[in-house]
Design a protein around this ligand. Structure first.
Ligand code: PHB
Ligand code: FE
Length: 328
């Protein structure tokens, strides 16, 4: 049964570092100047607080994403689309074998509220969990203000396409999106549109490279076009993907600029399956039974192509669809 009582959201007085402690079912979450601590009935875990806040921010902003969001090799969430598991050791072969794994299931709204309250309380004024390390201040130290503007950013989610009438706007200097320091060489021209008379409002085009050169966040795919379940979710990447994403469907990657290296592991155990280096122009299909984490030495542009069909996890899990879209 998914837990939905108000008792799940319990926040007590700040500790000596100024931070509140949270509970979610039998899990507790606390932080001090450097670390986040998670406990559950059979164990406990600690993570550097920056490595905890970055996936926490993304899990909230992405509505728990597709499949599994591993914060690291031990803790994370599984999206059941209506309910969400929070787990410890569930996707770690050694915790599993030792019987130390622990999972609890929550209504999505309950875990979302606890996560949002924790992110708000634990994010100091100088820290932006979506920014690259070079472009943000420190997450460490005793509680020092908050950063609501950064943690409640609008998530770009085009209904049809960025730039279409009534849809997500283009990015400009004037609306707060200057060209990023790593993309100063990206041309800023827009396509010329020559529509048949009467179709002026229906023919839309924009320069995706220009748009991405003005992204103020890293590792945050946003929906720039939607055609039924086919979603183009490009993103700009720098440093390390803060989550280790466990797929429940195939994802296509198109490397639009620069280079990302991917660690690809077995989704259940974490066993290494592949190291993939993607250079500009490379295309890859990430299988439905893996988890992956990317490393981008310089800010780069990546197109993530998602199929949002709600049937896919069941069809793949039951073997009716393969884990890979192509066999060679
Ligand atoms: C992914 O897990 O596929 C993923 C997540 C965030 C990104 C890129 C890829 O920015
Ligand atoms: Fe992924």
């Amino acid at each position: 049964m998914a837990k939905d009582t108000a008792l799940e959201l319990e926040a007590i007085e700040p500790n000596q570092h100024g931070y509140r402690t949270f509970s979610l079912g039998t899990f507790t979450f606390s932080r001090d100047e450097y670390f986040a601590y998670v406990t559950w009935p059979t164990g406990s875990h600690m993570m550097s607080v920056d490595a905890f806040l970055r996936p926490l921010q993304r899990d909230i902003a992405w509505g728990f994403f597709y499949g599994i969001v591993n914060f690291d090799a031990v803790i994370g969430t599984v999206n059941h689309y209506g309910t969400v598991d929070f787990f410890a050791g569930r996707y770690n072969e050694h915790y599993k074998r030792a019987g130390l794994d622990h999972v609890e299931n929550f209504k999505t709204g309950v875990i979302k509220r606890v996560f949002e309250a924790m992110l708000d309380d634990w994010t100091n004024a100088a820290f932006d969990p979506f920014a690259s390390p070079e472009e943000t201040g420190t997450p460490f130290g005793p509680k020092n203000g908050s950063n609501k503007a950064a943690i409640t950013r609008h998530r770009v989610s085009a209904k049809r396409m960025v730039g279409a009438p009534g849809d997500e706007p283009l990015r400009t200097d004037d609306n707060g999106f200057p060209i990023n320091r790593h993309f100063l060489d990206v041309p800023q021209d827009e396509p010329e549109i020559i529509a048949e008379p009467g179709f002026e409002d229906e023919v839309v085009a924009f320069n995706l490279f220009t748009y991405l050169s003005r992204s103020d966040v890293t590792w945050n795919p946003s929906i720039v076009s939607a055609c039924k379940n086919s979603l183009y979710c490009p993103t700009t990447e720098e440093y390390i993907l803060p989550v280790i994403h466990g797929n429940d469907r195939v994802e296509w990657f198109v490397q639009l600029s620069d280079e990302i290296r991917w660690d690809v592991e077995d989704r259940e155990t974490g066993a290494v399956r592949a190291k993939v280096t993607m250079k500009a122009g490379d295309v890859a299909a990430m299988p439905a039974d893996i988890r992956h984490r990317g490393y981008s030495p310089k800010r780069s542009m990546l197109l993530v192509w998602e199929n949002a069909s709600a049937d896919l996890p069941r069809l793949i899990a039951s073997g009716q669809l393969p884990n890979t879209p192509v066999s060679f």
